[in-house]
Design a protein around this ligand. Sequence first.
Ligand code: TRH
Length: 388
Amino acid sequence: MPPINLPYWDIFCTVVDNYGDIGVTWRLARQLVNEYHVPVRLWVDDLVSFQRLCPQLDTHLAEQTIDNVLIGHWNPDFSADVHPGKVVIEAFACELPLSLQHNMQQMNKPPVWLNLEYLTAESWIDGCHGLPSRQDQLTKFFFFPGFSAKSGGLLCENTLFAARQQWQQQNKQRQQFCQRRHLQPPQPNELFISLFSYENNTLPVLLNHWQSHPTPIRCLIPAGRTLNSLQTVLPADVCQAGGRWQQGSLTVEVLPMTDQAGYDQLLWSCDFNIVRGEDSFLRAQWAARPFLWHIYPQEEEAHLEKLQAFLARYTKNMSPVLASAVQQLFLTFNQAHPEEFIPSWAALQPYWSEWQQQAQQWPQTALAGGNLASQLVHFVEKQLECCA
Ligand code: TRH
């Protein structure tokens, strides 16, 4: 008997490295369930990495439900009895279990099968978003998140901007944030900067530079890869969660990783955020504050084209001087040129308030392509109607 369609949307995620793959799929799964009332099963191969951004996850369980999402451990013994739901999403071209593909082939009404691609601001995705590809008797569609009206849009919870605004408008928000996180109380005029990057040799130079800043700087570093680049600056006992170090104008505090909501609050509380990869890159934009993106490095420097494509969009409405200063900052950081990065940081200082205003407006501009979860739901509905 051919397997029947279960009501679920199945999302499959392999953790390649770091936290971006699971960060994006976990966020998408929760949004689909909680805002669009779609039942979701999220299959993840690495529960230990997942637990870093979802502390309540039990890494020993084969199945558990958190925030209304059914989470399944996708291990090598993935059961042949698992039948797909009405939608199957493979995240970032992870290969679906063969048994599931086999079960999909057997169905009278196979699921809508999508590959969720990595986010890029490059315009070539406009021609590829939503394209089908034949896979034996099945069809797989390519879904491209992006910044343009022809793309699949960006991941953004519908209530996020209101929550962020409320947070940022609170009196004493920063004092309370520091208190809750057991951080030193903020000083008057202190510039708060979060730093979540990959290894980068501009970082020691930047931290040295900040020590002679005219006003105090607080640099908040979630424990992780950033610290690998700071071992020549920070004493070993500082390079762990809870570590604190002060020199000149600069205070460094090392934070434990929190869940994604806690990370958002960190971004909302800082004046400037250094972020990386895909998901924190987007969350810094939603924080509506100036930021710097450490893009995930790719072979043959392919990432630099991706970076330029984003910069072209991001700086489009800025004055030419600010646009050029922001571009320089992003490029010199990503090319890891300390001798050029520090002058580009200094060159930006006169334009800081213009950048702050631009950063406030940017989230609405960026969402021109719409909200990814809502686009996905419409795309699926259309496919299901076609095949009904
Ligand atoms: O961890 P990343 O470097 O992930 C990368 C990118 O996604 C890249 O494109 C991909 O190819 C590679 O992984 C495999 O950066 P990203 O995308 O910002 O993911 C980090 C996630 O961690 C994000 O969802 C935010 C979350 N996070 C927390 O939940 N709590 C924290 O304290 C911190 C610092 C991060």
